[in-house]
Write a protein that binds this ligand. Structure first.
Ligand SMILES: [Zn+2]
Length: 220
């Protein structure tokens, strides 16, 4: 009897997968951290300490990358090139299924704050329909919607893409929150934003099982 239980236990161990597959399994997600390469993007201040948008974009990308990899997806970190057309070309040449270009907004009004996303092509709109609402739910800021506008990242190429401006990094609360994140705080905007993007990606790939990518089947 003891042996039978041991054998059954072993059989169960063998049968269980090492990690659970998700809708992201086998997908390639291109993550573009806006600016960088000498360009700061928007600049915010909390108690005299400056935070540049490029650093926030990189932090969100790092958090999202960890979540995607835990979900068995593959992340392609888009090279921080000067030209947005070159960034998209980099994402497409890696055989990416989708592209998220991570930005944060800026204003001279340090209390301005809302969530907005940008798309160009029809497949961008479908993709953004999963990412943008997840960001709005997670951040609980005024929803300025999904706007039709180029900004280059969604104009070029054919893969579904969205450019996100999840909140204003010139907003004083947002800047202080980012400094808290850098000091090791949890449940900050960066973490909420990355989790929302992950949830949006998971929902998108669940509903669009072929990924819908224009680069489908290339460079794999
Ligand atoms: Zn930006």
């Amino acid at each position: 009897m003891k042996n039978a239980i041991a054998i059954l236990g072993l059989a169960l161990l063998v049968a269980l997968p090492v990690s659970a597959a998700t809708s992201l399994t086998g997908k390639v997600i291109a993550l573009d951290a806006g600016h960088g390469n000498g360009e700061t993007g928007a600049v915010g201040v909390c108690n005299g300490v400056e935070v540049i948008e490029a650093d926030v974009n990189l932090a969100v990308r790092a958090e999202l990358k960890a979540l995607i990899e835990a979900g068995e997806g593959t992340v392609h970190e888009v090279a921080q090139r000067f030209s947005r057309q070159d960034r998209v070309a980099d994402a497409e040449s890696a055989g990416s299924d989708v592209l998220i270009s991570i930005h944060h907004n800026g204003s001279t009004n340090t209390s301005a704050d809302y969530t907005q996303s940008f798309v160009t092509q029809k497949n961008d709109k479908i993709f953004a329909g999963y990412i943008h609402p997840a960001l709005v739910d997670a951040l609980q800021l005024p929803n300025k919607g999904i706007k039709n506008d180029g900004y280059g990242m969604t104009v070029y190429g054919s893969l579904p893409g969205v450019l996100t401006e999840s909140y204003f990094i010139t907003n004083t609360d947002a800047v202080c929150d980012f400094l808290d994140y850098q000091s090791g705080a949890t449940n900050t905007r960066v973490q909420k934003e990355a989790q929302a993007m992950y949830d949006g990606l998971a929902a998108y790939f669940s509903a669009n099982t072929d990924g819908g990518g224009g680069s489908k089947g290339r460079n794999r």
